[in-house]
Design a protein around this ligand. Sequence first.
Ligand code: SF4
Length: 367
Amino acid sequence: GMPAPPVPVLAPRRPTRKIKVGTVDVGGDAPISVQSMTTTLTSDVNSTLQQIAELTAAGCDIVRVACPSQDDADALPDIARKSQIPVIADIHFQPKYVYAAIDAGCAAVRVNPGNIRQFDDQVGAIAKAAKDAGVSIRIGVNAGSLDKRLMEKYGRATPEALVESAVWEASLFEEHDFHDFKISVKHNDPVIMVQAYEMLSERGDWPLHLGVTEAGPAFQGTIKSATAFGALLSRGIGDTIRVSLSAPPVEEVKVGLQILQSLNLRERKLEIVSCPSCGRAQVDVYTLAEQVTAGLEGLEVPLRVAVMGCVVNGPGEAREADLGVASGNGKGQIFVKGEVIKTVPESKIVETLIEEALRIAEGMEAV
Ligand code: SF4
Protein backbone atom coordinates (compact mmCIF):
# COMPACT_ATOMS: atom_id res chain seq x y z
CA GLY A 1 0.00 0.00 0.00
CA MET A 2 0.87 3.68 0.04
CA PRO A 3 3.46 4.66 2.67
CA ALA A 4 1.91 6.69 5.48
CA PRO A 5 2.62 10.41 5.08
CA PRO A 6 5.29 11.72 7.50
CA VAL A 7 3.84 13.10 10.71
CA PRO A 8 4.55 16.85 10.90
CA VAL A 9 6.25 18.28 14.01
CA LEU A 10 6.80 21.94 14.84
CA ALA A 11 10.59 21.83 15.05
CA PRO A 12 13.43 19.35 14.78
CA ARG A 13 14.61 18.05 18.12
CA ARG A 14 17.56 19.97 19.54
CA PRO A 15 20.54 17.59 19.69
CA THR A 16 21.35 16.43 23.20
CA ARG A 17 23.49 13.60 24.40
CA LYS A 18 21.73 10.40 25.29
CA ILE A 19 21.75 8.95 28.78
CA LYS A 20 20.17 5.83 30.22
CA VAL A 21 17.54 5.75 32.91
CA GLY A 22 17.53 2.01 33.30
CA THR A 23 15.84 0.59 30.21
CA VAL A 24 14.63 4.02 29.04
CA ASP A 25 16.92 6.24 26.97
CA VAL A 26 16.65 9.98 27.58
CA GLY A 27 18.03 12.52 25.12
CA GLY A 28 19.40 12.23 21.62
CA ASP A 29 16.86 10.61 19.31
CA ALA A 30 15.07 8.75 22.13
CA PRO A 31 11.32 9.39 22.30
CA ILE A 32 10.42 12.07 24.84
CA SER A 33 9.52 10.16 27.99
CA VAL A 34 6.81 10.88 30.52
CA GLN A 35 7.57 10.79 34.23
CA SER A 36 5.61 11.05 37.42
CA MET A 37 6.26 10.71 41.12
CA THR A 38 4.56 8.51 43.67
CA THR A 39 2.62 10.12 46.50
CA THR A 40 2.69 7.12 48.82
CA LEU A 41 5.16 6.74 51.66
CA THR A 42 8.09 5.10 49.93
CA SER A 43 8.62 2.94 53.00
CA ASP A 44 5.15 1.46 52.36
CA VAL A 45 6.38 -0.91 49.66
CA ASN A 46 3.00 -2.40 48.75
CA SER A 47 1.20 0.91 48.32
CA THR A 48 4.09 2.33 46.38
CA LEU A 49 4.24 -0.66 44.03
CA GLN A 50 0.48 -0.50 43.61
CA GLN A 51 0.72 3.14 42.58
CA ILE A 52 3.63 2.40 40.25
CA ALA A 53 1.51 -0.31 38.59
CA GLU A 54 -1.29 2.24 38.05
CA LEU A 55 1.19 4.72 36.61
CA THR A 56 2.64 2.07 34.32
CA ALA A 57 -0.84 1.16 33.07
CA ALA A 58 -1.51 4.84 32.37
CA GLY A 59 1.59 5.00 30.14
CA CYS A 60 4.20 6.40 32.53
CA ASP A 61 7.75 5.67 31.33
CA ILE A 62 9.79 6.49 34.43
CA VAL A 63 8.74 6.90 38.07
CA ARG A 64 10.37 8.84 40.89
CA VAL A 65 10.06 8.07 44.56
CA ALA A 66 11.08 10.34 47.43
CA CYS A 67 13.67 9.04 49.84
CA PRO A 68 13.77 11.28 52.92
CA SER A 69 14.47 8.63 55.59
CA GLN A 70 16.29 5.40 56.30
CA ASP A 71 12.98 3.49 56.17
CA ASP A 72 12.47 4.77 52.64
CA ALA A 73 16.01 3.84 51.65
CA ASP A 74 15.40 0.35 53.05
CA ALA A 75 12.36 -0.03 50.80
CA LEU A 76 14.20 0.86 47.60
CA PRO A 77 15.57 -2.61 46.72
CA ASP A 78 12.07 -4.15 46.70
CA ILE A 79 10.59 -1.24 44.79
CA ALA A 80 13.36 -1.14 42.20
CA ARG A 81 13.16 -4.92 41.67
CA LYS A 82 9.38 -5.15 41.37
CA SER A 83 8.60 -1.95 39.48
CA GLN A 84 7.78 -2.49 35.80
CA ILE A 85 9.39 0.86 34.88
CA PRO A 86 12.71 2.44 35.88
CA VAL A 87 12.73 3.97 39.37
CA ILE A 88 14.49 7.22 40.25
CA ALA A 89 15.23 7.90 43.91
CA ASP A 90 14.78 11.54 44.87
CA ILE A 91 17.37 12.55 47.43
CA HIS A 92 18.33 15.78 49.11
CA PHE A 93 21.55 16.27 51.04
CA GLN A 94 22.22 12.79 52.42
CA PRO A 95 24.97 11.03 50.43
CA LYS A 96 24.28 7.79 52.31
CA TYR A 97 20.87 7.50 50.63
CA VAL A 98 22.48 8.08 47.25
CA TYR A 99 24.70 5.05 47.80
CA ALA A 100 21.69 3.11 49.13
CA ALA A 101 19.70 3.93 45.99
CA ILE A 102 22.55 2.87 43.73
CA ASP A 103 22.98 -0.39 45.67
CA ALA A 104 19.21 -0.92 45.59
CA GLY A 105 19.19 -1.08 41.81
CA CYS A 106 17.48 2.24 41.19
CA ALA A 107 17.87 3.34 37.58
CA ALA A 108 18.76 6.90 38.52
CA VAL A 109 19.04 9.33 41.38
CA ARG A 110 17.87 12.89 41.55
CA VAL A 111 20.41 14.74 43.64
CA ASN A 112 22.15 18.08 43.46
CA PRO A 113 25.91 17.88 43.87
CA GLY A 114 25.88 21.43 45.26
CA ASN A 115 23.90 20.25 48.27
CA ILE A 116 26.15 17.25 48.73
CA ARG A 117 29.30 19.35 48.63
CA GLN A 118 28.06 21.83 51.19
CA PHE A 119 28.33 19.37 54.06
CA ASP A 120 30.77 16.72 53.10
CA ASP A 121 32.33 16.62 49.68
CA GLN A 122 31.42 13.23 48.31
CA VAL A 123 30.64 14.37 44.78
CA GLY A 124 33.58 12.47 43.32
CA ALA A 125 32.70 9.31 45.22
CA ILE A 126 29.06 9.57 44.14
CA ALA A 127 30.08 10.10 40.52
CA LYS A 128 32.28 7.00 40.71
CA ALA A 129 29.63 4.84 42.38
CA ALA A 130 27.01 5.94 39.83
CA LYS A 131 29.32 5.36 36.90
CA ASP A 132 30.35 1.90 38.15
CA ALA A 133 26.69 0.90 38.55
CA GLY A 134 25.48 2.46 35.29
CA VAL A 135 23.16 4.75 37.24
CA SER A 136 22.37 8.18 35.84
CA ILE A 137 21.56 11.34 37.77
CA ARG A 138 19.22 14.29 37.48
CA ILE A 139 20.40 17.63 38.71
CA GLY A 140 17.19 19.34 39.75
CA VAL A 141 17.54 23.08 40.10
CA ASN A 142 14.44 24.53 41.69
CA ALA A 143 13.46 28.15 42.23
CA GLY A 144 12.38 27.33 45.76
CA SER A 145 15.74 25.92 46.82
CA LEU A 146 18.14 28.11 44.92
CA ASP A 147 21.62 28.64 46.30
CA LYS A 148 21.91 31.51 48.80
CA ARG A 149 24.83 32.94 46.87
CA LEU A 150 22.74 33.16 43.68
CA MET A 151 19.73 34.60 45.48
CA GLU A 152 21.99 37.34 46.81
CA LYS A 153 23.51 37.95 43.39
CA TYR A 154 20.21 38.06 41.43
CA GLY A 155 17.74 39.06 44.15
CA ARG A 156 15.29 36.35 43.12
CA ALA A 157 15.08 33.18 41.06
CA THR A 158 15.51 34.73 37.62
CA PRO A 159 16.13 32.58 34.53
CA GLU A 160 19.79 33.67 34.69
CA ALA A 161 20.04 32.57 38.32
CA LEU A 162 18.51 29.15 37.58
CA VAL A 163 20.84 28.64 34.62
CA GLU A 164 23.93 29.76 36.50
CA SER A 165 23.06 27.33 39.26
CA ALA A 166 22.51 24.49 36.77
CA VAL A 167 25.74 25.09 34.89
CA TRP A 168 27.66 25.23 38.17
CA GLU A 169 26.04 22.03 39.45
CA ALA A 170 26.86 20.34 36.15
CA SER A 171 30.50 21.39 36.43
CA LEU A 172 30.75 19.67 39.82
CA PHE A 173 30.08 16.34 38.11
CA GLU A 174 31.99 17.16 34.94
CA GLU A 175 35.19 17.89 36.88
CA HIS A 176 34.97 14.23 37.97
CA ASP A 177 34.46 13.21 34.33
CA PHE A 178 30.86 12.18 35.05
CA HIS A 179 28.45 13.02 32.24
CA ASP A 180 25.47 10.70 32.66
CA PHE A 181 23.10 13.32 33.96
CA LYS A 182 20.16 15.38 32.83
CA ILE A 183 19.12 18.74 34.19
CA SER A 184 15.91 20.48 35.18
CA VAL A 185 15.48 24.16 36.02
CA LYS A 186 12.01 24.39 37.48
CA HIS A 187 10.01 27.44 38.38
CA ASN A 188 6.31 27.88 39.08
CA ASP A 189 6.08 30.71 36.55
CA PRO A 190 5.88 29.27 33.03
CA VAL A 191 7.48 32.39 31.51
CA ILE A 192 10.56 32.24 33.75
CA MET A 193 10.71 28.48 33.32
CA VAL A 194 10.62 28.69 29.52
CA GLN A 195 13.31 31.39 29.48
CA ALA A 196 15.50 29.33 31.80
CA TYR A 197 15.30 26.20 29.64
CA GLU A 198 15.90 28.19 26.47
CA MET A 199 19.05 29.72 27.97
CA LEU A 200 20.21 26.42 29.40
CA SER A 201 19.75 24.67 26.08
CA GLU A 202 22.25 27.12 24.57
CA ARG A 203 24.87 26.31 27.18
CA GLY A 204 25.40 22.60 26.69
CA ASP A 205 24.11 19.35 25.25
CA TRP A 206 22.73 18.00 28.53
CA PRO A 207 19.42 16.19 28.15
CA LEU A 208 16.70 18.34 29.73
CA HIS A 209 13.90 17.26 32.06
CA LEU A 210 11.03 19.72 31.75
CA GLY A 211 8.86 20.67 34.69
CA VAL A 212 6.79 23.55 35.99
CA THR A 213 7.08 23.20 39.72
CA GLU A 214 4.10 23.67 42.05
CA ALA A 215 1.93 24.07 38.97
CA GLY A 216 -1.15 23.82 41.15
CA PRO A 217 -4.46 21.97 41.10
CA ALA A 218 -5.39 19.94 38.03
CA PHE A 219 -6.96 22.66 35.89
CA GLN A 220 -4.36 25.37 36.45
CA GLY A 221 -1.47 22.93 36.51
CA THR A 222 -2.52 21.31 33.28
CA ILE A 223 -2.68 24.63 31.49
CA LYS A 224 0.56 25.96 32.96
CA SER A 225 2.38 22.78 32.01
CA ALA A 226 0.84 22.53 28.55
CA THR A 227 1.68 26.15 27.83
CA ALA A 228 5.26 25.95 29.07
CA PHE A 229 6.05 22.52 27.65
CA GLY A 230 4.35 23.47 24.39
CA ALA A 231 6.53 26.57 24.04
CA LEU A 232 9.69 24.54 24.60
CA LEU A 233 8.81 21.31 22.79
CA SER A 234 7.64 23.29 19.78
CA ARG A 235 11.23 24.57 19.54
CA GLY A 236 12.70 21.12 19.94
CA ILE A 237 13.70 21.63 23.61
CA GLY A 238 12.97 18.89 26.15
CA ASP A 239 13.88 15.21 26.41
CA THR A 240 11.68 14.02 29.26
CA ILE A 241 8.71 15.69 30.97
CA ARG A 242 6.96 15.66 34.28
CA VAL A 243 3.66 17.44 34.77
CA SER A 244 3.27 18.41 38.46
CA LEU A 245 -0.31 18.53 39.66
CA SER A 246 -1.92 18.67 43.07
CA ALA A 247 -3.86 15.62 41.89
CA PRO A 248 -3.32 11.85 41.70
CA PRO A 249 -0.14 11.11 39.73
CA VAL A 250 -2.01 9.11 37.08
CA GLU A 251 -3.54 12.46 36.05
CA GLU A 252 -0.03 13.85 35.55
CA VAL A 253 0.76 11.02 33.16
CA LYS A 254 -2.45 11.49 31.18
CA VAL A 255 -1.73 15.19 30.79
CA GLY A 256 1.90 14.56 29.84
CA LEU A 257 0.95 12.02 27.19
CA GLN A 258 -1.75 14.29 25.81
CA ILE A 259 0.74 17.16 25.49
CA LEU A 260 3.14 14.94 23.54
CA GLN A 261 0.36 13.54 21.36
CA SER A 262 -0.96 17.02 20.61
CA LEU A 263 2.47 17.98 19.24
CA ASN A 264 2.85 14.72 17.28
CA LEU A 265 5.71 13.74 19.57
CA ARG A 266 3.81 10.55 20.42
CA GLU A 267 1.50 8.54 18.29
CA ARG A 268 -2.02 9.81 18.80
CA LYS A 269 -4.27 7.25 20.36
CA LEU A 270 -7.96 7.62 20.81
CA GLU A 271 -9.03 11.15 20.00
CA ILE A 272 -12.58 12.35 20.51
CA VAL A 273 -13.44 15.23 18.22
CA SER A 274 -16.61 16.64 19.75
CA CYS A 275 -18.30 19.90 18.95
CA PRO A 276 -18.80 22.50 21.69
CA SER A 277 -22.54 22.37 21.01
CA CYS A 278 -24.57 25.47 20.26
CA GLY A 279 -28.12 26.60 19.79
CA ARG A 280 -28.45 24.30 16.80
CA ALA A 281 -27.66 21.13 18.70
CA GLN A 282 -30.43 18.57 18.55
CA VAL A 283 -28.82 16.25 21.04
CA ASP A 284 -27.01 16.57 24.39
CA VAL A 285 -23.47 16.64 22.99
CA TYR A 286 -21.71 16.78 26.38
CA THR A 287 -23.36 13.64 27.64
CA LEU A 288 -22.90 11.88 24.31
CA ALA A 289 -19.17 12.77 24.18
CA GLU A 290 -18.71 11.73 27.78
CA GLN A 291 -20.42 8.39 27.29
CA VAL A 292 -18.45 7.64 24.13
CA THR A 293 -15.19 8.63 25.85
CA ALA A 294 -15.98 6.41 28.83
CA GLY A 295 -17.04 3.52 26.60
CA LEU A 296 -13.78 3.64 24.65
CA GLU A 297 -11.42 4.23 27.56
CA GLY A 298 -8.27 2.18 27.29
CA LEU A 299 -8.60 1.58 23.55
CA GLU A 300 -4.96 1.56 22.47
CA VAL A 301 -5.31 2.36 18.77
CA PRO A 302 -5.09 5.65 16.89
CA LEU A 303 -8.73 6.39 16.23
CA ARG A 304 -10.49 9.69 15.67
CA VAL A 305 -14.11 9.62 16.73
CA ALA A 306 -16.28 12.63 15.91
CA VAL A 307 -19.30 13.41 18.05
CA MET A 308 -21.30 16.23 16.48
CA GLY A 309 -24.47 17.84 17.67
CA CYS A 310 -26.25 18.62 14.43
CA VAL A 311 -26.17 18.20 10.71
CA VAL A 312 -24.56 21.58 9.91
CA ASN A 313 -20.88 20.81 10.58
CA GLY A 314 -21.64 17.33 11.77
CA PRO A 315 -21.39 15.37 8.55
CA GLY A 316 -18.22 17.22 7.45
CA GLU A 317 -16.30 16.46 10.67
CA ALA A 318 -17.76 13.01 10.96
CA ARG A 319 -16.52 12.27 7.47
CA GLU A 320 -12.96 13.42 8.28
CA ALA A 321 -12.76 11.14 11.28
CA ASP A 322 -12.41 7.35 11.30
CA LEU A 323 -15.78 7.14 12.87
CA GLY A 324 -18.41 9.67 13.71
CA VAL A 325 -21.95 10.61 14.42
CA ALA A 326 -23.97 13.58 13.26
CA SER A 327 -27.19 13.91 15.19
CA GLY A 328 -30.48 15.42 14.24
CA ASN A 329 -34.17 14.77 14.38
CA GLY A 330 -33.82 12.25 17.21
CA LYS A 331 -31.51 10.15 15.07
CA GLY A 332 -27.79 9.72 14.51
CA GLN A 333 -26.10 9.22 11.19
CA ILE A 334 -23.13 6.93 11.80
CA PHE A 335 -20.12 7.50 9.55
CA VAL A 336 -17.21 5.13 9.02
CA LYS A 337 -14.32 6.48 6.93
CA GLY A 338 -16.54 9.10 5.43
CA GLU A 339 -19.48 6.90 4.49
CA VAL A 340 -22.83 6.83 6.24
CA ILE A 341 -23.13 3.19 7.23
CA LYS A 342 -26.37 3.47 9.11
CA THR A 343 -28.83 5.75 10.84
CA VAL A 344 -29.85 4.80 14.37
CA PRO A 345 -32.28 6.25 16.90
CA GLU A 346 -30.73 8.62 19.44
CA SER A 347 -30.90 6.03 22.21
CA LYS A 348 -28.64 3.71 20.20
CA ILE A 349 -25.94 6.23 19.21
CA VAL A 350 -23.51 5.48 22.02
CA GLU A 351 -23.65 1.71 21.78
CA THR A 352 -23.42 1.81 17.98
CA LEU A 353 -20.34 4.07 18.08
CA ILE A 354 -18.66 1.84 20.64
CA GLU A 355 -19.48 -1.27 18.64
CA GLU A 356 -18.10 0.23 15.43
CA ALA A 357 -15.00 1.60 17.19
CA LEU A 358 -14.16 -1.82 18.56
CA ARG A 359 -14.67 -3.35 15.12
CA ILE A 360 -12.34 -0.82 13.50
CA ALA A 361 -9.79 -1.27 16.30
CA GLU A 362 -9.81 -5.03 15.79
CA GLY A 363 -9.12 -4.51 12.10
CA MET A 364 -6.21 -2.17 12.94
CA GLU A 365 -4.64 -4.65 15.31
CA ALA A 366 -4.93 -7.40 12.73
CA VAL A 367 -2.88 -5.38 10.21
FE1 SF4 B 1 -23.53 23.66 16.84
FE2 SF4 B 1 -23.92 21.70 15.06
FE3 SF4 B 1 -21.51 22.90 15.23
FE4 SF4 B 1 -22.30 21.27 17.17
S1 SF4 B 1 -21.94 20.69 15.03
S2 SF4 B 1 -21.42 23.31 17.41
S3 SF4 B 1 -24.47 21.68 17.25
S4 SF4 B 1 -23.43 23.84 14.57
